[in-house]
Design a protein around this ligand. Sequence first.
Ligand SMILES: *Cc1c(COP(=O)(O)O)cnc(C)c1O
Length: 232
Amino acid sequence: MDARATLSDRLADVRGRIAAACARAGRSPGDVTLVAVTKYVSTEVAALLPELGVADLGESRPQELWKKAEAVPAARWHLIGHLQRNKLDRTAPLVSLVHSVDSDRVLDALAAFGNKRGAPVRVLLEVNCSREAAKGGFSPDAVPVVGDRAVSLLGVELCGLMTMAAYSDDPDDARPTFAELRRLRDALRTRTGLALPELSMGMSGDFEVAVEEGATLVRIGSTLFEGMGEPD
Ligand SMILES: *Cc1c(COP(=O)(O)O)cnc(C)c1O
């Protein structure tokens, strides 16, 4: 099978699994956006996705995102990894959503960018719900204060929260992490009066549990792209 046919089959499978998880949770599949994480594959493979009906693509490294966003401008690009401030001016204009705001410094720098261009940058706050020392993101305890600050900055539009669960062979182990992110979002929503519609959670190993727990954006890479080559 060629890459396009393989991808088409895998997408159908993932979409079916998202729809089944939605059905279990009484949600509509239209409320969950698949973000295909293209960091494992070439620009050429990434370029197949919009043709296959996937409008949202994600990259964790800014330099990779620059290259692929230039080659695949039809997609909505999502930055899902750490943004170094020296890469911000080149990255922010290319992305529709930054999932990975993981410090006050990045938040302030994005707000300054949004002010300068006269249109806010859409952002999520990354929260370290699994409390792993090696992982970035705000501690859950910091969310109310950082959330208030984000809301006060005119250069960013706070759209919700993002998390990554700890690695495990059992997807159900991720459930408490995802449930906590939703509770944090619900509390921040009450506190700020904003809709904060987005919950970015769930990857290849745990996206069905994430959808059951309220994910609106699932970030899926290896399940779609396994064995489809390397980044260029
Ligand atoms: C790589 C990555 C993903 C995709 O992970 P898979 O397990 O390959 O689906 C999702 N989110 C982030 C932040 C990533 O870096």
